[in-house]
Design a protein around this ligand. Structure first.
Ligand code: SF4
Ligand code: SF4
Length: 189
């Protein structure tokens, strides 16, 4: 939610209450009675303050019907646009071949979400920066790209989202390196 696509911005603009994209996501979670704790990555004091502010305005069943309609429309946009439903939980790591599985999926999803060709190109450049051979692997931080997957299957049972990781990694490489069109591979997107 931190970098929403243009369609999502349009939906959020409809709301009388102005919220940041992250605030929408947090309010959605805290509105649900079954959620007691939200773990949200923060890497600056500003993010910490914004999240505390958001928590201070939250509460179970605090969202109005209008808010829930907006969230429903946002969910539809994300479901349609996101190619691989990876949540970056990292339970599939480490990969014995050094593939940074969630990073590969995040780059692919970012390319799919982005309308601007420049931003698409920047995301594809991130893929190029990853290691494409065992020699280039960073020993302390997993940085392998999708091409290093040897289809061992170790990650499959660890994935919390039941993603067919080796298959999806093949798609990542076909799109980000071999120039295949997203629509050639993900027919419903
Ligand atoms: S199937 Fe591929 S990504 Fe999964 S653990 Fe094996 S080499 Fe790594
Ligand atoms: S376990 Fe599945 S959802 Fe979690 S990071 Fe790995 S691929 Fe993504």
């Amino acid at each position: 939610m931190a970098n929403p696509p243009a369609e999502a911005w349009e939906v959020m603009k409809r709301s009388k209450i102005k919220r940041s994209p992250v605030d929408w996501a947090l309010q959605y979670l805290w509105n649900l009675p079954e959620i007691s704790v939200v773990l949200n990555g923060m890497n600056s004091l500003q993010m910490l303050n914004e999240n505390c502010d958001s928590a201070g305005r939250s509460g179970v069943s605090s969202l109005q019907e209008e808010d829930l309609n907006i969230i429903g429309d946002l969910i539809k946009i994300y479901r349609k646009k996101i190619l691989v439903p990876c949540t970056s939980c990292k339970y599939c790591l480490p990969c014995p071949s050094g593939v940074n599985i969630p990073q590969n999926f995040a780059i692919l999803n970012n390319v799919a979400l982005e309308k601007s060709n420049v931003r698409k190109w920047l995301n594809k450049r991130d893929y190029k920066k990853m290691a494409n051979s065992p020699k280039k692997l960073n020993q302390t931080k997993s940085n392998g790209n999708a091409s290093l997957c040897i289809n061992c299957g170790i990650c499959l049972e660890k994935c919390t989202q039941e993603i067919n990781i080796p298959n999806e990694l093949k798609n990542v490489h076909l799109i980000l390196k071999k120039g295949k069109k997203i629509s050639d591979i993900y027919k419903d997107k």
